[in-house]
Design a protein around this ligand. Structure first.
Ligand code: HSE
Length: 436
C-alpha cells in the first residue's frame, strides 16, 4: 500500500493525540483511506518536554518551517494555534502545493478568506473539521450532510469551558471565579481563558459555522460577543425556577433584514435537548428547511476527540488526492464564485425575548413604574417574580421575562429603568431563545 506522509506542527495535547490515534488505529484508517498515513516529521517548541505520545520514527525539530519545507511531506497538519506564525506556515505550505489540515479556529475565522483563496489558486485543500466543536463532525454535517437544505438558523454550545462553568454554577451553586480556576486546573480552558469566558473562542467557531451554513465570507469582526462573567448564581437559580437554563450560545439566523451573528449567555427552555448538554460537552442545533432541526453532540475538546476530527480530515484529503479539483467539497460549502456578501445585522436590530433582573426599592408604586416604562415601548411581560428582600436589605430583586422586542428598544427601556431613584445599579439583561 502506498504511503501519505504527514508533517505535524505542534506535538502538544492535540498533536500527541493525533500521533497516538494514527498509530493505534493505523489499520482501520488505511482500510478507509486506501493509503497508509504516517507522521514522518514533527515540530515542537521544546523537544525535551514530556509527551503523551511515542515519537519513535518521527524526525523532530524545533523549527516548524523545516517541516513545511520538507519535500517529502504531502499534508501539513497545523496544531500550534494562534493566528500569526500559524498563518505564515499555512500560507507557505499552500504555496508549496501541500494540503493542510488545521484545528485552528482563530486562524480560519480571521484569515480563512485569504487562506482559502490561496489554496484554491494552488489547487490544494485546507481542511478544518477540528476547528469547531472538537470531535463533533459538524463541518462535514453542515457542508455535506445538509447540502439539500436552505439553512434557517443554528445555535451551538461551542465552548466547553463556558459550559462547564455554567453547569457547575447550576449544580453546585459555585461562584464563577472558583469554577474558572477548576476549569483551568483540568486543562479545559484556552491559554488565555478570557477567550473562553468572554466568548471570543465561541465567536471564532460561530464565524466558521455561519459561513458554511449561509455561503458568505468569514466575518469574525462582525460577531456580537458577550461573555458569561456577569452571570451570578442568582441568575442561574432564577432561570431554573422559571423553567429555563442559561447557556452560552453562538447563534446565527437568516432573517429578511440580514444575518444575525451573536454569542451571548442565553436562557433556553429546560425541556430542549440542548439545554441538557452539560459540563465540557458541546452541541450544535441546526435548523434546515427540509430536514427540520438536527442536533450534533459530543466532546468539544481533548486530545483524542480533537485528533478524531483531525484524522478524519486527513483521510478526506487522502481520498481526494489525485481527483479533479472540481470534484472536491468547496472550502466554505458553497462554490467559491457563489459565496455572497450578506448584511450582518447590527445587534440593535436583533429581536429576542429577555430576562431582566432589577434591584429595586421594595415600596408601593415601583412595580407600576417599571411596567409602564416597558408598556410604553410595546414591551410585553411574559412572567415575573419578586424575590423577598434579603435579611436587613430594603431592595428586592424583580425578575421579568419579556416577549420579543428589538434590542435597541430594550436598551432604551433599560437606560430609563436604570435612571429611576428606586432602582439600584445596572439591570441584568439576558437574552432568551425558544429554539423551536
Ligand atoms: N477552550 C476550548 C473550549 C477548547 O473550552 O471549548 C476547544 O476549542
Amino acid at each position: 500500500m502506498s504511503q501519505v506522509k504527514i508533517g505535524l506542527l505542534g506535538l502538544g495535547t492535540v498533536g500527541g493525540g493525533t500521533v497516538n490515534v494514527l498509530k493505534r488505529n493505523a489499520q482501520e484508517i488505511s482500510r478507509r483511506a486506501g493509503k497508509e498515513i504516517v507522521v514522518v516529521h514533527a515540530a515542537a517548541r521544546d523537544l525535551n518536554k514530556p509527551r503523551i505520545c511515542d515519537t519513535d520514527g518521527i524526525k523532530l525539530t524545533t523549527n516548524p518551517a523545516e517541516v513545511v519545507n520538507d519535500p517529502e511531506i504531502d499534508i501539513v497538519v497545523e496544531l500550534i494555534g494562534g493566528d500569526g506564525l500559524a498563518r505564515e506556515l499555512v500560507l507557505t505550505a499552500i504555496e508549496q502545493g501541500k494540503h493542510v489540515v488545521t484545528a485552528n479556529k482563530a486562524l480560519i475565522a480571521k484569515h480563512g478568506n485569504e487562506i482559502f483563496a490561496a489554496a484554491e489558486a494552488k489547487g490544494v485543500i485546507v481542511a478544518y473539521e477540528a476547528a469547531v466543536a472538537g470531535g463533533i463532525p459538524i463541518i462535514k454535517a453542515v457542508r455535506e450532510g445538509l447540502s439539500a437544505n436552505r439553512i434557517e438558523w443554528l445555535a451551538g454550545i461551542i465552548n466547553g469551558t463556558g459550559n462547564f462553568i455554567l453547569t457547575e454554577m447550576r449544580d453546585n451553586g459555585t461562584d464563577f471565579a472558583d469554577v474558572l480556576a477548576e476549569a483551568q486546573r483540568l486543562g479545559y480552558a484556552e491559554a488565555d481563558p478570557t477567550f473562553d469566558v468572554e466568548g471570543i473562542d465561541a465567536a471564532h467557531k460561530l464565524t466558521i459555522l455561519a459561513s458554511i451554513a449561509f455561503g458568505m465570507p468569514l466575518q469574525f469582526d462582525k460577531v456580537y460577543t458577550e461573555g458569561i462573567t456577569k452571570i451570578t448564581g442568582d441568575d442561574v437559580a432564577c432561570a431554573e425556577k422559571l423553567g429555563y437554563r442559561i447557556k452560552h450560545l453562538g447563534i446565527s439566523r437568516r432573517t429578511t433584514n440580514g444575518i444575525e451573528l451573536r454569542v451571548h449567555p442565553t436562557l433556553i427552555p429546560e425541556r430542549r435537548l440542548i439545554a441538557n448538554v452539560d459540563g465540557v460537552m458541546n452541541a450544535v442545533l441546526v435548523q434546515g428547511d427540509a430536514v427540520g432541526p438536527t442536533l450534533y453532540y459530543g466532546p468539544g475538546a481533548g486530545d483524542e476527540p480533537t485528533a478524531s476530527a483531525v484524522i478524519a480530515d486527513v483521510v478526506d484529503v487522502v481520498r481526494t488526492m489525485g481527483a479533479a479539483v472540481d470534484n472536491r467539497v468547496p472550502h466554505l460549502a458553497f462554490q467559491a464564485d457563489a459565496i455572497n456578501n450578506m448584511t450582518i445585522l447590527d445587534m440593535g436590530e436583533v429581536e429576542t425575548s429577555y430576562y431582566l433582573r432589577i434591584s429595586a426599592a421594595d415600596r408601593p408604586g415601583v412595580m407600576a413604574e417599571l411596567t409602564k416604562i416597558l408598556g410604553d415601548r410595546g414591551i410585553s411581560i411574559e412572567a415575573m417574580i419578586q424575590q423577598e428582600p434579603a435579611e436587613g436589605e430594603s431592595n428586592t430583586n424583580i425578575i421579568m421575562l419579556t416577549h420579543k422586542v428589538q434590542e435597541k428598544c430594550m436598551n432604551d427601556a433599560i437606560a430609563i429603568i436604570e435612571s429611576l431613584d428606586a432602582v439600584a445599579g445596572e439591570v441584568m439583561r439576558i437574552r432568551m431563545e425558544s429554539l423551536s
